[in-house]
Design a protein around this ligand. Sequence first.
Ligand SMILES: CC(C)(COP(=O)(O)OP(=O)(O)OC[C@H]1O[C@@H](n2cnc3c(N)ncnc32)[C@H](O)[C@@H]1OP(=O)(O)O)[C@@H](O)C(=O)NCCC(=O)NCCS
Length: 119
Amino acid sequence: MCQGEPYLENDSNSARASLEDPKEEKKVYEKDGEVVGVITFNTEGDRGNFRNIYVDKCHRGKGIGRELAMHMEQIMKGRGCRCILAPSVYNEKFFIKLGYTLVPKTKMTTIYRKKLICE
Ligand SMILES: CC(C)(COP(=O)(O)OP(=O)(O)OC[C@H]1O[C@@H](n2cnc3c(N)ncnc32)[C@H](O)[C@@H]1OP(=O)(O)O)[C@@H](O)C(=O)NCCC(=O)NCCS
């Protein structure tokens, strides 16, 4: 855990609610027995919903976020999902790096999409 930055302490309320929602599926990343990253998601038929992701500040930039997202993608592919939708207003560069594209004309929330199966 980061010194002086307890897990999720500085995250927004909505992000915290999503990450702690028991209805969401969750994968955590542990280092030396401490949870330093978490991703939450769910699937609805052939659609995957990327709900939230968080990596502790002092562990960022080491590929943890990518690994969590890839793990989620494998689960979604295994269930036959054709695409992933990610409603987020944060970290555009992260989503672009992972192959997501911005869905145009969305209001209120920025939405990224990634196709899993070529049509
Ligand atoms: C977004 C977040 C999960 C990324 O986690 P991370 O472990 O640092 O990401 P990774 O190290 O796996 O980075 C994956 C790629 O995205 C890029 N990237 C990640 N954050 C970036 C940023 N802020 N600016 C530019 N590039 C970024 C990395 O350079 C990397 O690219 P590469 O593989 O070509 O080198 C982390 O910054 C975080 O928890 N942020 C706060 C919560 C948040 O914004 N969540 C997203 C909205 S739900």
